[in-house]
Design a binder for this molecule. Structure first.
Ligand code: C5P
Length: 235
């Protein structure tokens, strides 16, 4: 199978030591993959680290904003000013919050892509019920995806199992980002709605987020290369 477009792979830099994250970035940079900075590394390395990474790489700033519209819009402006390529907000923050986020991002050129987190891939139907949502994860993801598209967002973060329904219900250019990816033979960690790299491609998905299977591997470069081969497919 043909190896995938490396830009489709976003490696989650979940480290508390900025030095460790930079080491992973340096070793994987030759592949041309993108990187994801989440809460852990952001709290450890802060804005200066994000800015440094964004100067040379496509950075997805995964801070999952969820607050009142004015606060989220202000946070989006601060994030966009760092030169990042993609950021996200929680779709459950509602219509006005998502609209405010999209409007704030559009003030920048190039504007960062604004994605909506639907239902975390660590949650299943039982978890949703406990939070007062009687729908299945699949229907709730679809409902939130429709709302996000309606608010002018660029796409959603979802599990690989929901890609097909989202692409069918919305327009094909509505982007999907799927975490919870586990290559054959690797453990699930705390993820529940997991999928193989090849499943994302066969379902028509766009970007894959992979963290621990690569960053905790003995040879991250080789593992990332194998995942790209498993993925196949272009953007
Ligand atoms: O190590 P692993 O591959 O499980 O990392 C997945 C990454 O994707 C983590 O950084 C996690 O915060 C993030 N993420 C997720 N589920 C979402 C959104 C983001 O797992 N719905």
């Amino acid at each position: 199978m043909m190896s995938s477009d490396p830009r489709r792979l976003l490696v989650a830099l979940d480290h508390s030591e900025p030095g460790q994250a930079l080491k992973i970035v340096e070793s994987l940079a030759p592949l041309g993959v993108g990187f994801k900075v989440g809460l852990q590394l952001f709290m450890a390395g802060g804005r200066s680290l994000v800015k440094e990474l964004a100067a040379n790489h496509k950075i997805f700033l995964d801070l999952k904003f969820h607050d009142i519209p004015n606060t989220v819009a202000a946070a989006v402006r601060e994030a966009a000013g760092l030169g990042i390529w993609m950021l996200n907000v929680h779709a459950s923050g509602g219509r006005e919050m998502m609209r405010a986020a999209a409007a704030a991002a559009s003030e920048f050129s190039p504007a960062p892509l604004v994605m909506a987190v639907t239902v975390l891939t660590s949650l299943d139907n039982k978890d949703l019920t406990e939070t007062g949502c009687s729908d299945t994860t699949g229907s709730q993801v679809l409902r939130l995806s429709r709302l996000a598209a309606n608010c002018g967002l660029d796409g959603v973060v979802c599990s690989a199992h929901e890609i097909r329904d989202i692409k069918n219900a919305l327009f094909p250019r509505f982007i999907t980002v799927t975490p919870g990816i586990r290559p054959a033979g690797s453990g699930q960690d705390d993820q529940v709605r997991t999928a193989l790299p090849s499943t994302v491609t066969s379902q028509g998905g766009d970007y894959l987020v992979v963290g621990r299977p690569i960053t905790a591997a003995a040879d991250p470069l080789q593992t990332a290369g194998c995942i790209l081969s498993e993925m196949g497919g272009d953007l």
